[in-house]
Design a protein around this ligand. Structure first.
Ligand SMILES: [Zn+2]
Length: 278
């Protein structure tokens, strides 16, 4: 069963990558992604395949990580016997509420460890809902993709937003290997999905000189790095659309690149997104 769960998770990541490419890319990789998806579907056992198809018709998120004994997608608390069964992984388990296929996350998987919103402080708005000044890096030291992602992942870990920077880096590189997240204008959106336990986290790094991000030789100056709970995948798509639109304007990109300190970078990001991200 473990092998089928792994296939299903790979399949879901491919489908969500295709959704991203459809929403934000130029469509040039659609055919290759379709083919990779069909190949994986063929490797599912027949009864799991038909269940997959049924769930997929309703929603592209068919897999539900188990988080603290709950379905991480719909939030339903699972019966203790089912929690055990999901851990044992002998038989496929479906969430009693949303019917998605449940799986137990690896122990070393990165997790959201941020502070829960305080009841007494005013609610944050705009980009401040999922990012913060301490997640800004105005001058990335690295001159390659892995190094830049590592600096951003370490900022998330050291400012207590997400655990396991190492696991974040390997997750993000795995995602890059499916399809580059450089989307033009010198901006890339590397990300890791399946970071459960809380909300989305967004870090921003600027390389003043720029570096080659992927095999196509595309040069990147601006790196938005996100750790995403599976349940907010659709919101993430809207977020990268907003960010790419805001930073399609050259003056907004220049303001990010000119920022010398974390505070200046945070101000430039907040200012450029104040209308697009509510
Ligand atoms: Zn559920």
């Amino acid at each position: 069963m473990k092998n089928q769960i792994n296939l299903l998770n790979q399949l879901q990541e491919l489908v969500l990558t295709r959704d991203e490419h459809h929403a934000t890319g130029d469509g040039s990789h659609m055919e290759a992604l379709d083919k990779a998806i069909d190949d994986l579907v063929d490797r599912l056992q027949p009864e799991i395949r038909s269940l997959y198809m049924r769930l997929y018709k309703k929603d592209h998120i068919v897999m539900a990580p188990m988080n603290n004994g709950c379905c991480a997608i719909c939030g339903m608390r699972l019966p203790i016997s089912q929690v055990q069964a999901v851990k044992l992984c002998k038989q496929l388990q479906n969430c009693p509420s949303c019917a998605r296929m449940l799986f137990d996350e690896e122990d070393e998987a990165p997790r959201w460890i941020g502070e829960k919103a305080s009841r007494t402080e005013p609610r944050k708005s705009g980009v401040g809902r999922f990012s913060a000044e301490e997640l800004m890096i105005p001058d990335l030291q690295s001159t390659d993709t892995e190094g830049a992602i590592r600096e951003l992942a370490e900022a998330m870990e050291s400012s207590h937003f997400v655990s396991s920077a190492d696991a974040l880096v390997s997750g993000a590189l795995k995602r890059e290997s499916i399809l580059s997240t450089a989307l033009g204008d010198g901006i890339a959106f590397p990300h890791v999905r399946g970071v459960e336990g809380g909300g989305l986290t967004l870090a921003l790094g600027i390389s003043k000189k720029g570096f080659v991000f992927d095999d196509s030789g595309e040069k990147v100056n601006i790196v938005f790095f996100s750790a995403i709970p599976t349940a907010v995948s659709a919101f993430y798509l809207r977020l990268i659309k907003c960010l790419s639109e805001s930073f399609a304007k050259e003056e907004n990109r220049k303001a990010l690149i000119a920022a010398k300190t974390k505070t200046e970078l945070w101000k430039a990001l907040t200012k450029a997104t104040r209308h697009s991200i509510q």
